[in-house]
Design a protein around this ligand. Structure first.
Ligand code: C5P
Length: 224
């Protein structure tokens, strides 16, 4: 990895809005974008298709090593088939959070994530971007919102996509995912010591984007 390439990491819990914010920050800066959650979702889908149990750590990691994944604009190609829609379902999201607990899988995905770091820069979103994958990133943001707000946002997203949604189920699922992400031994969801906390309950998407861009521009003027 080239240390001179700027990296902005945006970590946080499920449905905090970090994906949307990270993508917009990347677009504004003309940077590459890594949606690391998509990698875990792809693994959940691929293992499901190959009848591998999400609890089978060695088999899940082995499957991940052999995947041919390409991101092109909005498309996610797995062995040349666009699976962008299929990895966004609630069932695959749940599977992603289950495979993500396995240390061998996380190790198998390390190089792939580092390869996203290319000039002119990278915005990386996930759970461990600032703590494990890009620990030297000059700007780290921990973006969060209360569970109730996150559940409402997820509910609204599903309604907008005409997908069946039940608020109580969504809330319970978020609590389960938070617990799994925070309590796993391998790369748990924690805020990096040098990250900036961004609470978004009362912020619009563009306010969150502007906050991060301002921090970034300040950093480029006055590097630490
Ligand atoms: O961000 P997204 O909801 O798409 O991520 C799906 C799942 O992948 C999360 O619930 C989390 O358990 C896992 N994940 C992870 N580490 C990352 C990104 C996602 O463990 N860097």
């Amino acid at each position: 990895m080239n240390a001179s390439i700027p990296v902005i990491t945006i970590d946080g819990p499920s449905a905090s809005g970090k994906g949307t914010v990270a993508q917009l920050v990347a677009t504004q800066l003309g940077f590459h974008y890594l949606d690391s959650g998509a990698l875990y979702r792809i693994v959940a889908l691929a293992t499901h298709q190959q009848h591998i149990a999400w609890s089978d750590a060695p088999a899940v990691a082995e499957c991940a090593k052999n995947l041919n994944i390409v991101f092109v604009d909005e498309q996610v190609l797995l062995n040349d088939k666009d699976i962008a829609y299929h990895i966004r379902t609630e069932a695959i999201g749940k599977g992603a959070s289950q495979v993500a607990v396995h240390a061998p899988l996380r190790a198998a995905l390390l190089d792939m994530q580092h390869h996203f770091c290319r000039a002119p820069g990278l915005v990386a979103d996930g759970r461990d971007m600032g703590t494990v994958i890009f620990p030297k990133a000059p700007l780290k943001v921990f973006l969060t919102a209360t569970t109730a707000v996150r559940a409402s946002r997820r509910y609204q997203q599903l309604m907008n996509k005409n997908q069946a949604a039940n608020y109580d189920d969504i809330l319970q699922d978020l609590l389960d995912r938070d617990a799994r992400d925070q309590n796993r031994t391998s790369a748990p969801l924690v805020m990096a010591d040098d990250a900036i906390l961004l609470e978004t309950d009362n912020l619009t998407i563009s306010q969150a984007v502007d906050f991060i861009l301002q921090k970034y521009h300040r950093f480029t003027q006055f590097p630490a």
